[in-house]
Design a protein around this ligand. Structure first.
Ligand SMILES: NC(=O)c1ccc[n+]([C@@H]2O[C@H](COP(=O)([O-])OP(=O)(O)OC[C@H]3O[C@@H](n4cnc5c(N)ncnc54)[C@H](OP(=O)(O)O)[C@@H]3O)[C@@H](O)[C@H]2O)c1
Length: 323
């Protein structure tokens, strides 16, 4: 037996149920892991609310860290006792222990503790592909990062500043602006009271940014486009304020812009790519180039409160559930 947060019908945070569930022995290609720290991500909110149409009932959670308890007959890259972390499908990391596909497990180096691991597998590898695959960020280019004090935002800002980008970030409050600045965001903009498009134009001397990383969606999508320089790249990778509008290709022609709607899991679907992403991320974190602030920790059974705080814009950095 294990305990898990389950969804029986999509809805608000009240839809989360803490229940006892079976823990099957691992079959071929599987492993059983006991969690020590579980990452909370905005994708969990989309899945809980029904936006992604996952058939209920299902267990929630796309990220976790812990120890391998058992492996299926053909699994060789991890063994019982290994410290591991992972992100990926199927959801189910909001649990004390689970049996899952072993192919998404990555062994943790000594320099990465469990809370950090559960804070970076999804958010950090997302920052990796956003800066190194979807758009190859270069020193000297001006970039725009929305929700710069958030879980992804803090890692993205630090990594981009290390590359040498001029980082412009939006945040919901002065407190968040200070956090973003400490994460290497050169120009935090409090977009709840400032016109971020006007500020970006001012900061870039009227030129605009070469890339806008937009995870906020509905409320910022048009503004992100307006911030782009000619031939700029709009990367729409989330929708924390709601889905962005549908667009026609002629909209992009106004400035020969490009638009991408990427998802981490396509960038790490091949084991070789997952290992590259994890290795480059772990290098950034163990060398201290990317610092991970201590996460906000909630008991697993209290996951609903974590969701309310995340959706209510009351969090900065990452959230971890403790089994
Ligand atoms: N496509 C991918 O591969 C991928 C992977 C990981 C994450 N993501 C996306 O990246 C975003 C960040 O994820 P995260 O887990 O790190 O969350 P987060 O950034 O820690 O939290 C979301 C933040 O969005 C901002 N926000 C603006 N308008 C909002 C609204 N109406 N409701 C709620 N939040 C609002 C808030 O920051 P302010 O108060 O500062 O505005 C809030 O703190 C999410 O959209 C997520 O879906 C995408």
């Amino acid at each position: 037996m294990t305990h898990a947060i389950r969804i029986h019908a999509p809805g608000g945070a009240d839809a989360l149920r803490y229940e006892a569930v079976d823990l099957p022995a691992p079959g071929p290609g599987q492993a059983t892991v006991r969690h020590t720290a579980i990452g909370v991500n905005f994708i969990d909110v989309y899945q809980r609310s029904g936006l992604y149409g996952i058939p209920a009932p299902f267990s929630l959670g796309m990220e976790g860290a812990g120890v391998v308890e058992a492996v299926g007959p053909d699994v060789v890259h991890v063994k019982p006792g290994d410290r591991i972390a992972y992100t990926g499908s199927p959801p189910g990391s909001y649990s004390t222990a689970r049996t899952l596909p072993a192919g998404i497990l990555v062994r943790l180096p000594d320099g990465i503790d469990d809370d950090v691991a559960a804070s970076i597998m999804l958010k950090g590898m997302t920052s990796w592909y956003l800066l190194k695959r979807t758009h190859v960020a270069r020193a000297g280019e001006a970039i725009l990062v929305h929700a710069a004090a958030g879980g992804v935002g803090q890692i993205l800002c630090q990594w981009a500043a290390h590359i040498g980008c001029t980082v412009i970030g939006t945040v919901g409050s002065d407190e968040k602006a200070a956090i973003a600045r400490a994460c290497g965001c050169h120009h935090p903009i409090v977009y709840t009271r400032e016109d971020f498009v006007a500020r970006v134009k001012e900061i870039t001397g009227g030129t605009g940014v070469s890339v806008a990383y937009d995870s906020v969606g509905k409320d910022t999508f048009q503004g992100s486009f307006d911030c782009l320089r000619n031939t700029g790249h709009l990367i729409s990778f989330g929708q924390s304020s709601g889905p962005p509008p549908a667009i026609e290709t002629k909209w992009l022609a106004q400035k020969s812009a490009s638009l991408t709607r990427p998802t981490l899991f396509h960038y790490i679907a091949l084991r070789a790519d997952l290992e590259t992403a994890a290795a480059e991320l772990f290098e950034m974190v163990t060398t201290g180039i990317v610092k991970i602030a201590p996460p906000a920790v909630y008991p697993l059974a209290d996951a609903a409160r974590a969701h309310r705080d995340l959706e209510g814009r009351r969090t900065t950095g990452s959230i971890v559930l403790r089994p």
